[in-house]
Design a protein around this ligand. Structure first.
Ligand SMILES: Cc1cc2nc3c(=O)[nH]c(=O)nc-3n(C[C@H](O)[C@H](O)[C@H](O)COP(=O)(O)O)c2cc1C
Length: 383
């Protein structure tokens, strides 16, 4: 079986559908839900997503496929929100356990073989730099998801209809948006709450999860404020699909030259440098929207440091580098200035120990759900 995951509209699909007869097709039927970050695909129904919307069994589908083809509109140096959504919902394809590959933390494989992937990116006037950015990102995705890159191709297509009208925003106001769909329980929320204490002036903290069904209202708030601090987790080496969807919507509002965007991203793995693809995409989005990219703070080992930043003495312990990063980035926010991206790794807490405690925590979660280690390792390709 060959698997095709695409985001083509009906008219575009009509032109190529004959080339894919007999393939299993995953396309946008408007019903896909974003990943909520619950890890249910590891600790509740291992290998399968708990959201039953027809996109819950991607791990088994990838495993059964002889090869996978992905056709995506080029979006800020990565996938469109739909394709990213499918990838975010596919992490049950790998195991939560960690291994070191090329000196960095990654996930162990659930299935015996890595899968060949062909990627086709469709865009208008893509430059060599755009293509290089995509290739770097795809390499990271495939390393993480145990994919083998068979081919990466680029196709010219009609440009998206952009709104190039300029608009103004309210000077001095800052919105801190927690983009994690874990809401109040997110590491992002704890990190942003701490960051907020460094921010002067009029400020508002909001959670994306409260606005999922009223995105236009949220887009109004974001469009009106001068400074946006967007906090988010790293998902499959990039921006979570729910955030991408919001970014696509905000772009349709037009261009705002006096808006400043700051990014605070955290991740499960240890090495904060793995967030660099996400930062690159945020910069591309800012360029597209005419915003000033004000800088980012990348937090490694977010599952640990997220909980530590709430402690009063966080500036001295393993989260020391996050505290230094927050001081620098907050100065930029308070002066409406810019700062270079800051990569904050854990201080004085060895990677080996972090991996061991994370691996043990998976077992504790499983037991809570009445499952054993062998349940976690199960393969869903024979069902
Ligand atoms: C769908 C999904 C994909 C993820 N992909 C990555 C990844 O590529 N690299 C990484 O280090 N962590 C990854 N993580 C882990 C999250 O970044 C990490 O758990 C983070 O601390 C969650 O932050 P939050 O509580 O603010 O949502 C992923 C988590 C989910 C749910």
């Amino acid at each position: 079986m060959k698997l095709l995951i695409h985001d083509l509209n009906d008219e575009e699909w009509e032109k190529v559908s004959a080339d894919h007869s007999g393939w299993k097709i995953i396309s946008d039927n408007g019903k896909i839900h974003p990943c909520t970050g619950c890890f249910g695909c590891w600790i509740k129904t291992p290998g399968k997503c708990v959201i039953k919307d027809g996109f819950d069994n991607m791990g088994a589908l990838i495993s059964k496929a002889d090869e996978v083809m992905v056709i995506s509109r080029y979006t800020y140096g990565g996938f469109s929100s739909f394709i990213k959504n499918v990838f975010d919902r596919s992490i049950g394809w790998v195991l939560p356990y960690f291994e070191i590959i090329n000196g960095e933390m990654h996930h162990k494989s659930r299935y015996p073989e890595d899968k060949p992937f062909t990627f086709i990116f469709r865009g208008s006037g893509l430059t060599d730099d755009d293509k290089a950015q995509i290739e770097k990102y795809i390499k990271a995705v495939c390393l993480n998801l145990h994919g083998i890159i068979k081919d990466i191709r680029f196709e010219e297509c009609a440009p998206a209809e952009n709104n190039s009208a300029a608009y103004k925003c309210e000077q001095g106001s800052t919105v801190l948006l927690n983009c994690s769909l874990r809401g109040k329980n997110a590491n992002t929320k704890m990190i942003l709450d701490r960051f907020e204490s460094y921010i002067d002036g009029t400020k508002q903290s909001i959670d994306l999860v409260s606005y999922l069904n009223k995105q236009d209202e949220l887009v109004d708030i974001l469009a009106n404020s001068e400074k946006l601090v967007l906090g988010m987790p790293l998902y499959v080496d990039g921006i979570p699909s729910a955030v991408l969807r919001l970014m696509e919507k905000l772009e349709t509002r037009g261009r705002c030259a006096d808006k400043r965007v700051y990014v605070i991203a955290n991740m499960g793995f240890y090495e904060s440098r793995q967030i660099s693809n996400l930062m690159g995409m945020m910069k591309k989005w800012c360029d597209n929207c005419g915003y000033v990219y004000g800088g980012g703070l990348a937090v490694g080992a977010g599952e640990m440091l997220g909980k530590m930043v709430i402690s009063a003495s966080f500036e001295k312990g393993p989260a020391k580098n996050v505290a230094i990063g927050m001081q620098k980035l907050s100065k930029a926010v308070n002066s409406s200035g810019t700062e270079k991206d800051i990569y904050a790794d854990v201080s004085g807490f060895p990677r080996k120990l972090y991996m061991m405690s994370a691996n043990m925590s998976w077992l504790a979660y499983l037991r809570k759900n009445g499952l054993k280690k062998k349940d976690l390792l199960r393969r869903c390709d024979q069902e």
